[in-house]
Design a protein around this ligand. Structure first.
Ligand code: PHE
Length: 452
């Protein structure tokens, strides 16, 4: 048996799980989807999804992981042998590969933007900045190279082992990132136009509250942001000490993740609405790359500030790519008996091959930029498949597993081990057994229906 390693302390787990949760999803994905989903209506539904659907699933994933001390596939098959429940872990392994394949491309953009910022290209006029994004993302091989850099860095950390790699990085940099975000929010809120941005962000448009695509986007984003539905948090739970209370740790992670996403909104929308002609609904994946430079140019030492910000964002992305890669890697170690090194290199190679079309699909290669029939780019296709469908579906089956197959009482035994604090047990049972599966089935089902 290889030594699986474990966290050095409760705070080690919280930091590592927040490192997984906090990433591009919060600072790039959340504002982008708020923009596409019509502002405050999306925010409102998102918060409901976090509290009523994702949080109960989060504690379930941690409980499953810690109960078995195994990777997702083995966890499900250990708790329910001779059944097909292991497939739930299987979805997670595939989702890890799929998500990492496009996530690493966007992480590559943040690295490039650190460079652009340092060299003063971002503090040029606003017009140049939006052209810069289109020009840069259409340079195919530069993007492929940056993607490779992200994947190679992730692989290097993973080969180094659990504790030393993941914990150390997160512990040092997360607080700095939060401080920078707070400074940016203060600056953004004092720009002309900030009030309009705030109104957009905080006052829901009731017609959007009936739009199923907003629900699906918010649900997918909630799963994505908390790293749920694919066994990432389950895997981190498998390294968690039996004496640590799961509910309290999970609350910390979910709160931190949600606050950082909300904070990003308080930066992007006030600053965005201070730009003439700004339309969040059409900005797409380039949203933050167009708005943030405007903010940096309003700060003294904007180049350095911007560069520092993008470096930190790259690191936040790295702590997320680490956990994405960890799921398929720990699967290969646990189920196939490969060495850690072999697992890391093989999986990284597969992810890279799948990442190339996403890196080339932003103006560089026409075929991947506008896929035939679908009419969207390859990266958006990957994000829809894995983020909007695979994660909620993984969450749906995780809830069913705990509610029906394994049983909420057994899960609660694990959750309250050593008299750990766990509030509102009955309510949690109700959510995991009824609310989570029904709500997810309804949203995903209605989305499918509306596609036809
Ligand atoms: N939660 C990460 C983010 O917000 C992305 C992620 C998804 C990481 C799923 C692991 C698993 O950036």
């Amino acid at each position: 048996m290889t030594d699986r390693g474990s966290w050095s302390s409760r705070i080690g787990f919280i930091l590592a799980a927040s490192g997984s949760a906090v990433g591009l999803g919060n600072i790039w994905g959340f504002p982008t989807r708020v923009g596409q989903g019509g502002g405050a209506a999306f925010v409102f539904i998102y918060l409901l999804c976090i509290a009523l659907i994702c949080f109960p699933i989060m504690v379930s994933e941690i409980a499953i992981g810690r109960r078995t001390k195994m990777s997702p596939v083995r966890s499900f098959s250990t708790l329910k042998p001779t059944t097909y429940w292991w497939l739930v872990g299987g979805i997670g392994v595939l989702a890890g590969v799929g998500i990492l394949s496009f996530y690493s491309v966007i992480a590559g953009w943040t690295i490039a933007y650190a460079w652009f910022s340092l060299t003063g290209q971002l503090t040029a006029t606003q017009q140049d900045v939006s052209v810069l994004f289109a020009q840069f993302t259409s340079r195919g091989w530069v993007n492929v190279g940056l993607t490779l850099l992200v994947l190679a860095s992730t692989a290097t950390v993973l080969i180094g082992g659990i504790r030393t790699g993941i914990e150390r990085v997160t512990k040092a940099l997360m607080p700095v990132l939060i401080v920078l975000l707070v400074i940016l929010a203060f600056r953004a809120l004092t720009l002309p136009g900030a009030a309009e941005g705030l109104r957009y962000y905080l006052t829901p448009d009731p017609t959007r509250l009936l739009d199923i695509s907003v629900f699906n986007s918010a649900l997918g984003q909630a799963f994505f942001s908390l790293s749920l539905g694919m066994g990432a948090i389950l895997t981190y739970g498998s390294y968690l000490d039996k004496r640590t209370g799961i509910a309290a740790a999970a609350i910390w992670v979910a709160l931190l993740d949600t606050l950082i996403a909300l904070l990003a909104g308080f930066i992007i929308f006030p600053a965005g609405f201070s730009i003439t002609g700004f339309d969040p609904s059409t900005s797409g994946p380039g949203l933050i790359f167009a708005v943030l430079p405007r903010l940096f140019s309003e700060l003294p030492g904007g180049e350095i500030f911007g560069a520092t910000f993008f470096v930190l964002l790259s690191v936040a992305a790295l702590t997320s790519t680490i956990s994405l890669l960890e799921v398929p890697v720990s699967h290969c170690v646990d189920s196939r008996g490969w060495t850690r090194r072999r697992s890391v290199t093989t999986v990284t190679g597969i992810v890279f091959i799948l990442a190339v079309p996403s890196a080339l699909g932003n103006g560089s290669v026409d075929f991947f930029t506008t896929l035939p029939i679908l009419g969207i780019d390859f990266l958006s296709l990957m994000s829809t498949i894995w983020n909007d469908f695979a994660l909620p579906i993984g969450g749906f089956f995780t809830a069913l597993f705990v509610g029906i197959a394994w049983g909420t009482n057994k899960a609660l035994d694990e959750l309250t081990l050593h008299n750990a604090w766990f509030p509102a047990k009955k309510f949690w049972k109700f959510l995991i057994r009824w609310v989570c599966p029904l709500a997810i089935a309804l949203i995903i089902g209605a989305t499918f229906f509306s596609l036809y």
